[in-house]
Design a binder for this molecule. Structure first.
Ligand code: 5RP
Length: 294
């Protein structure tokens, strides 16, 4: 039995103070359950509302991508500057120390390679595995307009159902075929469709024209992919414009890990995404940090 001799008789119930109810900071996410919200709050910074996801999952369909040949040497030093690490379970188990506490977004679709039709994917990771790996979200590719469009959409809805059961959010990644037009009309269709069918947040590409119409009619947060490597200043401008036009962050790979100085670049991207630094100022930071390293 508990020893109650020292139990205090005087209590303070603060009957005059109304209990605070925090409204959730993330777009379209207020009605989600606690576990789901808590995971999303580890991905998105509640101060800025945004995230810098470091995407290193390219190997799941294209093998050892330039810059990702040695994840242990090239990527692990960047992790302290990322809000989230997006990768496959194979790389996670074989190369990422379990003492690392950066939230994991797990690549959960697969089954095709660059040698064949890319849209022919399935769910490639079970929900138990995602729970076992303690991930914060699962990512699935959705190929709107491609040969296996329906299959990829159903992959997403199944993942959403499984994730909802256990409080794990689903990131829908809108994949665009080589010959498809990348314009606002297409991205409005792709992102809205994913949101309507239950994705908790969506990754898409930035476009110069009318990107704000893509973010405004998508009811959940959008993060942008970096795409092919471009000069550092241009990548910073892209991130800056995306945030300005309503994106909630980046899920950037090649423009970080293929940079001349990846550690400097990820910090410059974070300055744009979290502190709304201008591209020129962030580029100054990039140069400063790069020079310190040489
Ligand atoms: C692959 C992916 C990648 O994570 C994505 O393309 C992000 O990387 P990058 O910035 O290099 O485009 O989803 O399908």
């Amino acid at each position: 039995m508990a020893d109650t001799d020292d139990a205090q008789e005087v209590k303070e119930f603060h009957t005059d103070v109304k209990q605070q109810t925090e409204s959730y900071f993330l777009k379209g996410s207020n009605s989600l359950d606690w576990g789901m919200k808590n995971r999303l709050a580890r991905i998105f910074n509640s101060r800025s509302g945004n995230t810098v996801m470091l995407a290193v999952d390219h190997g799941y369909f294209q093998g050892p991508t330039t810059g990702l040949e040695r994840i242990d040497l090239n990527i692990m030093p960047l992790v302290p500057y990322a809000d989230t690490l997006m990768l496959t379970r194979g790389i996670l188990r074989s190369l990422v120390p379990p003492s690392m506490t950066t939230p994991i977004v797990l690549r959960a679709s697969g089954g095709s390679s660059i040698l064949k039709e890319l849209s022919n994917e399935e769910i490639a990771v079970g929900i138990e595995e995602s729970i076992r790996l303690n991930v914060c979200a699962m990512a699935v590719q959705v190929f709107i307009g491609a040969e296996y469009e329906k299959q990829s959409i159903i992959n997403m809805t199944r993942l959403v159902d499984m994730g909802n059961r256990y409080g794990i959010p689903t990131l829908a990644v809108t994949a665009v075929g080589k010959d498809m037009v990348r314009d606002a009309r297409y991205f409005r269709l792709a992102t809205r469709l994913c949101a309507e069918l239950g994705a908790h947040y969506i990754k898409t590409y930035y476009i110069e024209e009318d990107f704000e119409t893509v973010t405004s009619c998508c009811p959940v947060p959008i993060v942008i992919a970096g795409g092919k490597k471009i000069p550092e200043l241009d990548a910073l401008k892209m991130a800056h414009n995306a945030i300005l036009k309503g994106a909630n962050g980046v899920d950037m790979g090649r423009n970080i890990f293929q940079s001349e100085s990846p550690t400097s670049m990820i910090q410059a991207v974070a300055a744009v995404v979290h502190d709304r630094e201008t591209p020129d100022k962030a580029f100054e930071l990039y140069n400063e940090l790069s020079n310190q390293r040489t």
